[in-house]
Design a protein around this ligand. Structure first.
Ligand code: HEC
Length: 239
């Protein structure tokens, strides 16, 4: 989707009224007057930021960094406008303080603008995104169980960077089992079953361990701090 529409400069004053009306009529419209694309911003936020930050409207649950609804609630109450918040978020993305756990260069300048526009618009708002923004991010995870094949049980991490395994249920026959967690996202994850094994934390690639399983139910989870609590957990049934 190309959301950047450019109008001849001379036409702009005449358009302001029209744009304002259009913005009211299509409140689901994702492109603001500065050309920032909130749909792209939301998608990038979920993929690149959500593993470390809670933001209710984006349904992200990371706890490494501050909760962004909380972080901006007071400033919004104090009358600090959303434009100012947009500036804070934009600068934070491009230039996190030195030594911060927040990596620099997560996205390019355009991405930073889109993310900042989205975060500033939704922070501390409550409720749910609607329209195109509401469907901008596909629901992560599958209702299907992962099923072991030839002694290998594959339980991928969400490739989109959300804190969830693709399968929250898994099935395997008793015996020796290799548990493999492919992780295509840039977010670090591993897979652990207490008493059985713990795979290495990886950001991109497969992460595995092998153990012997008797019939029963086992809980698998990601041991990176905050990830299990956010939803990276599931149940393996061995028969
Ligand atoms: C690996 C974890 C991590 C990722 C990924 C991450 N952040 Fe952060 N973020 C942090 C931490 C930790 C802080 C706390 C302040 C610091 O260390 O500078 C922070 C601070 C912030 C702040 C300042 C909040 C305040 O209270 O002032 C904002 C805004 C922010 N991050 C937005 C983002 C956005 C947007 C992205 C995605 C482009 C992102 N973060 C990605 C960890 C992360």
């Amino acid at each position: 989707m190309n959301s950047r529409v450019s109008f001849p400069r001379a036409l702009r004053p005449a358009m302001i009224v029209g744009v304002a009306l259009a913005a009211t009529a299509f409140s689901g419209c994702s492109v603001n007057n500065d050309g920032d694309d909130q749909i792209a911003g939301k998608q990038l936020f979920v993929a690149k930021c959500g593993s470390c930050h809670i933001l209710g409207r984006a349904d992200t649950k990371g706890v490494t960094g501050p909760n962004l609804d909380e972080a901006f609630r007071q400033s919004i109450k104090d009358g600090f406008g959303r434009d100012a918040i947009r500036g804070v978020v934009y600068r934070q993305i491009l230039d996190p303080r030195e030594g911060s756990a927040m990596p620099a260069d997560l996205v390019d300048d355009e991405g930073a603008r889109d993310i900042a526009a989205y975060v500033a618009d939704v922070a501390a708002r409550g409720g749910e995104d609607e329209g195109l923004l509401g469907s901008a991010v596909e629901k992560a995870g599958s209702d299907e169980p992962a099923v072991a094949e030839n002694g290998v049980l594959t339980i991928p991490a969400d490739p989109g960077g959300q804190l969830i395994f693709v399968n929250s249920k898994a099935e395997a026959p008793a015996g020796t089992l290799e548990i493999n967690m492919p992780n295509e996202s840039g977010v670090p994850h591993n897979i652990v079953i207490d008493g059985k094994g713990e795979s290495p934390v990886v950001t991109e690639g497969d992460s595995k361990f092998t153990a012997d399983f008797e019939p029963g139910e086992y809980t698998y989870y990601c041991a990176v701090p905050g990830h299990q609590e956010a939803g990276m957990v599931g149940t393996l049934t061995v028969k």
